[in-house]
Design a protein around this ligand. Structure first.
Ligand SMILES: Nc1nc2c(c(=O)[nH]1)N[C@H]1C(S)=C(S)[C@@H](COP(=O)(O)O)O[C@H]1N2
Ligand SMILES: [Mo]
Length: 318
């Protein structure tokens, strides 16, 4: 088979991953790899179906990765998901997102910028060197994973559009296509899924524009073809399948704050001391492990990000 062993995936996980991927997906991946090789001269070009994941070449390992923690098995990363556009069950996204069309795809970067631009997603693959970033991911529901994301700092995109002095916040808007996404046909959330960051959070090097995981393009259920990942915040801040990045002057409304402002604040920094109104956040269950481990302040990224919140009451700005 053409899928090569990657140095970043421990052999045990390669085995479980390969056992998981079914034969048809293997065939698609193989054909896609062939096509990708043939199109190398034209840059990175991917076929419409990227469901099985297309190997991404030339990944450098980021020094910003967490180290010393086992990666969550690939199978769990792609079958235990929250992606309400494809249903509210953890299995729903992997079972129902297979036909999402991820090409053509573009991301419009607009608002308070002096150089607004619509980026074709294949352009985003070439904008900056792709890195492997191993981050902890903590869902507000109380579970966590360790995922080897692929991407680069979102600041790479931001600096190219030149935000104006009025740009104080950034909004990330996901695709909401009722024809492709059965969840969007129902009033589960206020669609499109919309999230936001303060400008300094968006510019922080840990915040990534994410194009892949486990050395391959993103599976649909994890937010193909492009998403953001903000590792010190609860997972819902990291919007999937984004089509728009908008720079704004006022703090934007977010989907989860609209659903329940008391439970989901704009900041949503991982914090073991600030409980969700309906449950404690002191501990978490790492997917694949038994028992619980303590939740880390800022999900363990406090050294890098605590200064962003100096002087702020984190109980008030939850
Ligand atoms: N568009 C969109 N983005 C989303 C969600 C969603 O329902 N829709 N769920 C969020 C939540 S609650 C979590 S925990 C993470 C899960 O990302 P993963 O499935 O890749 O681990 O995606 C976030 N991004
Ligand atoms: Mo979540």
């Amino acid at each position: 088979m053409l899928i090569k062993r990657s140095a970043l995936i421990p052999p045990s996980e390669i085995t479980s991953k390969h056992r998981y991927v079914n034969r048809r997906e293997f065939m698609q991946a193989g054909a896609a790899l062939g096509a990708a090789a043939g199109l190398a001269a034209a840059g990175l070009a991917f076929p419409r179906s990227a469901h099985a994941g297309i190997k991404l070449p030339d990944l450098r390992k980021s020094p910003l990765s967490t180290s010393g923690e086992a990666l969550t098995p690939y199978k769990d990363v792609i079958t235990y998901n929250n992606y309400y556009e494809f249903g509210t069950g953890k299995d729903d996204p992997s079972e129902t997102s297979g036909k999402l069309r991820t090409r053509p795809w573009s991301v419009a970067v607009e608002g308070e910028v002096s150089k607004p631009k619509v980026f074709d997603v294949d352009e985003l693959f070439k904008l900056a060197p792709l890195e492997e970033r191993v981050y902890r991911m903590r869902c507000v529901e109380g579970w966590s994973m360790v995922i080897p994301w692929v991407g680069y700092s979102l600041s790479e995109v931001v600096k190219r559009v030149r935000p104006t002095s009025k740009a104080k916040f950034v909004q990330f808007i996901s695709l909401a296509d009722p024809e492709q996404m059965h969840g969007v046909r129902m009033p589960i959330l206020d669609w499109p899924y919309s999230e936001g960051l303060r400008m300094d959070e968006a510019m922080h090097p840990l915040t990534i524009l994410c194009l892949g995981l486990y050395g391959e393009t993103l599976p649909n259920q994890d937010g193909a073809p492009v998403r953001v990942v903000i590792p010190w915040k609860y997972g819902f801040k990291s919007g999937k399948s984004i089509i728009k990045i908008r720079f704004v002057e006022e703090q934007p409304m977010t989907t989860w704050a609209l659903a329940n402002a008391r439970e989901y604040g704009f900041y949503s920094n991982v914090n073991p001391e600030v409980d969700h109104p309906r449950w404690s956040q002191a501990k978490e269950r790492r997917i694949g492990e038994f028992g619980k481990r303590p939740t880390l302040m800022f999900n363990g990224y406090g050294e890098q990000v605590a200064s962003l919140y100096a002087g702020m009451d984190l109980r008030k700005y939850y």
